[in-house]
Write a protein that binds this ligand. Structure first.
Ligand SMILES: NC(=O)c1ccc[n+]([C@@H]2O[C@H](COP(=O)([O-])OP(=O)(O)OC[C@H]3O[C@@H](n4cnc5c(N)ncnc54)[C@H](O)[C@@H]3O)[C@@H](O)[C@H]2O)c1
Length: 351
């Protein structure tokens, strides 16, 4: 559905929210965004790129009175919960800020929804790869291991990998959740809270664990998110991109267009689900940096041996069980996705 439905999107003025609005708002009966326009994401003079017809209410997701009045006016059929503090590394330094927005904000949403007589058909949560932490690994005898996060001592010694182990692709429902940073823990809390609430209220929940989303529209100013935009900023300045650890950190980069399509499918469905959304391809950070340097005509990236606490070594997914969310279309390759991002950033800089 979504077609002719009333849709409430928290945090809907951000990267993923504006992508969803461009793709689906026109077919909805109403599309209402509640967003605080966080300066870290939008700058001081926020002008979110939302299509005409979208109703934007500037407000905080923790403000249960404001959310309640929006909910009573709209009576949403679908709620897409995006509002969040998303800084993975930042969450270790500002745990209260992340817990407050992500956990208390989710609780406020549930209380606000309870103030209307008619509950939504569907709640959609964009969860994160961060819930897996280091995920599952395989030892030389083929046994699965789930090591704890890497300690500061390990990283200071330059022990980037777990000796004798090879990382496995994560799978929702199979790979245990074991977050390595506060952000990941809050995203897991959101999953649990919404699962409990939706079951008790008879509402269907679709939770999508997104991998590293990138592409045109990602905040070019937020220093705590979007490694590809950060790399492009350096590369367009003719600088060599610094690559952390030994360059072999693994990520699954998924283009915003593919994520929008997948989240749209999850919103349309009535089936309770917990799915992964990625490209299904494991890429090293060094390879992504090389590709960006090539597109921007910058010098070769430099492997620095620096590290960031709370970063996981390897995050990638097996997309086979979640194929339906991509509606039969393969995910976009990294080279063409990065080219699109590079062009978008160049056009913005020229403008
Ligand atoms: N982008 C990714 O790689 C990625 C990966 C996994 C999960 N996610 C999840 O997807 C969702 C959207 O992420 P995004 O990439 O669009 O991030 P974003 O930062 O571009 O958008 C988040 C939006 O939430 C708003 N917001 C923040 N705090 C708020 C508050 N207290 N009240 C109301 N609005 C608030 C911000 O102003 C922003 O517009 C988040 O829940 C995030 O955890 C994103």
């Amino acid at each position: 559905m979504i077609h002719n439905e009333r849709v409430l999107v928290t945090g809907g003025a951000g990267f993923i929210g504006t992508g969803l609005a461009r793709a689906f708002a026109e077919e909805a009966a109403r599309w209402v965004v509640v967003d605080s326009l966080l300066p870290q994401v939008h700058g001081q003079d926020a002008t979110p790129d939302l299509p005409s017809g979208v109703e934007l209410v500037r407000g905080d997701v923790r403000d249960v009175d404001l959310l309640g009045s929006v909910v009573r006016d709209l009576v949403p059929d679908v709620v897409i919960h995006l509002a969040a503090e998303t800084g993975t590394g930042q969450s270790l330094d500002l745990p209260r800020r992340h817990a407050d927005v992500n956990v208390t904000g989710t609780a406020a949403l549930m209380e606000a929804l309870d103030t209307t007589m008619s509950l939504p058909r569907r709640v959609v949560l964009t969860s994160s790869r961060a819930v897996y932490g280091e995920g599952a690994w395989c030892d030389s005898q083929g046994r699965t291991r789930t090591p704890p996060g890497r300690s500061p001592e390990m990283l200071e010694r330059g022990e980037w990998d777990y000796p004798g182990l090879t990382s496995l692709a994560s799978r929702a429902g199979t790979t245990p959740a074991a977050p390595c940073n506060v952000y990941g823990a809050t995203k897991l809390a959101q999953e649990h809270m919404l699962s409990a609430w939706t079951i008790a209220r008879g509402v269907s929940l679709g939770a999508a664990r997104l991998q590293n989303v990138y592409g045109p529209g990602q905040s070019p100013i937020n220093p705590y998110t979007g490694i590809t935009t950060l790399f492009f900023r350096l590369a367009w300045q003719g600088k060599s991109i610094p690559v952390y650890e030994d360059g072999k950190i693994i990520r699954d980069f998924v283009l915003i267009d593919d994520v929008v399509r997948a989240v749209g499918e999850v919103a349309r469905s009535d089936q309770a689900c917990l799915v992964d959304v990625g490209s299904g391809v494991a890429s090293s950070i060094h390879d992504a940096a090389r590709e960006i340097a090539r597109i921007a005509g910058a010098p070769e990236p430099t492997v620095t041996g620096q590290f960031r606490l709370g970063d996981v070594r390897s995050a990638h997914v097996d997309m086979e069980p979640s194929q339906w969310v991509l509606a039969g279309t393969p995910a976009t390759g990294l080279r063409s996705g990065l080219t699109a991002l590079g062009e978008w950033m160049r056009e913005r800089a020229d403008a």
